[in-house]
Design a protein around this ligand. Structure first.
Ligand code: GDP
Ligand code: FE
Ligand code: FE
Ligand code: FE
Length: 186
């Protein structure tokens, strides 16, 4: 699929700000893919589509979870957690993208999961460090990503989990599995 065709398809499903974020993720993911020997074209596709379901109707997304027999625990969560797994389903069924690496990168871009592939880590990190992100500590994460994808991924997950705990938000079990797999692997 042509980049412009994909961009046009997602643009109409999100506000301008999210579209600009998506372009940032796309450019960052392509760069990281080149640096860490993953397929840049696949990185482009995963990045363009990663937030396609971010503004989808929550009731509809929960219907998809039930009908497609996705993880039933998703039914207890809102768009922030639903948009990855449901986004992957939209990309597969509506855009006929069947590449499991791309679909998994979209599916797990918010929570991560245990034992992520390099490609999944690239999309997770790119989502977090793209040039339009402005949280405290993002500059350190960007510097780390130039040096080591593994270290950057670890720092990104730690940052996300710390943020959720400090703001007293519930943590989706798959996010915890992701964190635990990082702690146990070294
Ligand atoms: P975005 O879609 O580009 O804004 O980024 P993400 O898809 O990575 O994350 C969406 C939101 O979900 C962010 O605010 C994350 O902090 C949040 N998030 C990630 N993991 C969890 C979790 O386990 N629980 C909750 N409550 N929120 C999470
Ligand atoms: Fe997202
Ligand atoms: Fe993310
Ligand atoms: Fe995003």
């Amino acid at each position: 699929m042509e980049r412009q065709t994909m961009l046009a398809a997602i643009k109409e499903r999100m506000p301008e700000k999210r579209y600009i974020h998506t372009i940032g993720v796309m450019e960052t993911a392509i760069r990281l893919a080149q640096q860490y020997d993953e397929n840049p074209k696949k990185a482009e596709i995963a990045a363009i589509f990663h937030d396609i379901a971010k503004y989808a109707d929550v009731t509809w997304m929960k219907q998809v979870v039930t009908e497609q027999q996705l993880d039933a625990r998703l039914l207890d969560w809102d768009a922030e957690i639903l948009h990855g797994p449901v986004g992957a389903w939209i990309v597969e069924t509506e855009f006929q993208i069947n590449d499991e690496a791309i679909l998994n990168a979209i599916r797990y871009h918010t929570t991560g999961r245990a034992n992520m592939t390099t490609f999944e880590k690239i999309i997770y990190v790119a989502d977090m460090i793209e040039p339009n992100r402005k949280f405290l500590g993002v500059e350190e994460l960007r510097t780390l990503a130039d040096i080591s994808l593994e270290d950057a991924f670890r720092a990104c997950v730690t940052h996300t989990l710390s943020f959720l705990v400090s703001s007293q938000q519930a943590i989706y079990p798959v996010s915890i599995e992701c964190y635990n797999s990082l702690i146990r692997e070294e």
